[in-house]
Design a protein around this ligand. Structure first.
Ligand code: ATP
Ligand code: MG
Length: 445
């Protein structure tokens, strides 16, 4: 088929699909959620093909718990809607059916058509219009990695493996289907997916798949900033966040997502701070606690905000509040050129940052007011991270920990009382250039 040759321009050997019978693979119906099974059987009973595909099959075969189970079918979205009462069609260009059973929503996608040379692309090779239906085969070769192109068939419980995904699962390899450069050009987000899925499965990215990433990383600039924001959240708000961040740096992808974080991470203390924040988030996810993208992004950009603030203050501690507000505005604005940070996140981020200097003021009413600030909890968690990475003293963090217990404000140590008893104005008059807080490290941008 011609379109297959387009996908494998330099390769003589185009993979042939393999059907693996139920007895030879470990996926059983008992591993699938009841909603998924209902959708599969609903489609089958109405005379259509229905498969579980993608991350669900991949993760089960790799011995992991899948996040979701996507379903592929030859039924058109309108036909899916006629089968299930609880079906909603979403998406404008390529319509997808969402079928709900109880709390479970299954995503049902009609087989996609092949990518051909006549597809509308931009000047970098990125596919623009993409809304044709196709066959099981064309759908499989549209997918990104071999391990994502395996289909569990509800008719006989076999797995159809189109591109050697089963072998790659066994070998622990993430491999793009087809010519890697072409596939990244079609959709540069696949570079981010390679890093994320490899770390999730503890697989390695195969040599040919890894090779062009560095060179093609700038193509991420072509991706809408909102899509990149979602991808970054998937990469950094998960259990593998630290490994993902390191991967993004290793492959030169981070400068095109969060250039400020990338530059800051050249400094060991900033790197330590950011990685601690990600670890902290990962631990919270593992413990089923809530995590917020605002906190995460606040941490990723904090070293840059701080460096900018120091530049603006030029050693004068007297105008910290104004400087931090200006630094926050500038860093957020510069970051938005790459990824969109929605307002519902950027507003709390600003607040978390703005509250940090207020932790230094522990006397009387100011401390009390800070304790009752609606954003106190997030700002305090942020302070703890700063203390762990040595940016502020542990004594300061401990004091605020105690202050929340309700028994009144704890006493200040002699050193802290002396430090905080001096107004910045007084210090300036004595000719001082503004003393640093104990434990604070100088930061240079
Ligand atoms: P996870 O759900 O664990 O994040 P996933 O691989 O299932 O991983 P989804 O975004 O749910 O990721 O996508 C489902 C499937 O759709 C993938 O397994 C893959 O087959 C296909 N897919 C997703 N994104 C792309 C892409 N950018 N290019 C080609 N195929 C893709
Ligand atoms: Mg998925």
């Amino acid at each position: 088929m011609n379109w297959l040759k387009t996908l494998f321009p330099r390769s003589k050997k185009i993979p042939t699909p393999k059907r693996v019978p139920r007895a030879e693979h470990p996926i059983s119906r008992s591993l699938l959620p009841s909603g998924t099974l209902k959708v599969l059987y609903g489609l089958k009973d109405a005379g259509y093909e229905a498969y579980v595909v993608g991350g669900g099959v991949r993760d089960l075969l790799a011995g992991m718990e899948p996040k979701d189970f996507d379903i592929a079918t030859n039924a058109r979205p309108e036909e899916v809607r006629q089968i299930f009462r609880s079906c909603r069609l979403v998406g404008r260009r390529f319509v997808i059916a969402h079928v709900r059973f109880g709390d479970e929503i299954s995503e049902v996608t009609t087989f996609r058509g092949p990518i051909t040379e006549s597809h509308e692309r931009d000047e970098t090779g990125r596919i623009l219009a993409d809304n044709e239906y196709g066959t099981l085969e064309s759908d499989a070769f549209r997918r990104d990695f071999t391990v994502n192109a395996m289909y569990y068939d509800i008719r006989d419980f076999s797995i159809v493996d189109f591109a050697g995904g089963l072998d790659d699962i066994k070998a622990g390899v993430i491999r793009l289907i087809g010519d890697p450069e072409l596939r990244y050009r079609e959709d540069p987000v696949r570079m981010l997916r390679a890093v994320r899925i490899a770390n999730k499965l503890k697989f390695h990215i195969e040599k040919r798949t890894a090779a062009p990433i560095r060179k093609l990383a700038p193509l991420l600039r072509e991706i809408p900033a909102a899509r990149l924001f979602d991808e970054v959240v998937k990469l950094l708000q998960c259990r593998d966040a630290v490994a993902n961040l390191r991967g993004l740096r290793e492959y030169g992808l981070l400068p095109h997502l969060l250039p400020h974080a990338d530059t800051a991470m050249a400094r060991p203390q900033a790197c330590d701070f950011i990685e601690r924040a990600l670890e902290n988030t990962a631990e919270r996810i593992a413990a089923d606690q809530t995590v917020s993208a605002a906190f995460l992004y606040a941490a990723l950009l904090w070293p840059a905000v701080q460096a900018r603030m120091q530049k603006l203050c030029n050693g004068d501690d007297g105008h910290t509040n104004i400087a931090i507000a200006q630094a926050s505005d500038e860093i957020l604005l510069e970051s938005q050129r790459h990824i969109v940070i929605p307002k519902r996140f950027s507003v709390p981020m600003r607040e978390i940052w703005a509250l940090q200097p207020r932790f230094d003021m522990r006397r009387g009413g100011r401390a009390q007011r800070l304790l009752t600030h609606p954003r106190f909890r997030a700002a305090y968690d942020f302070l703890l991270l700063r203390a762990q990475s040595g940016e502020v003293s542990q004594e300061l963090a401990d004091w605020w920990t105690q202050a929340q217990t309700g028994g009144g404000l704890p006493p200040l140590t002699q050193a802290a009382a002396t430090e905080e008893g001096e107004a910045p104005r007084k210090r300036r008059r004595r000719g001082g250039r503004g003393r640093r807080r104990p434990g604070a490290q100088p930061v240079a941008e």
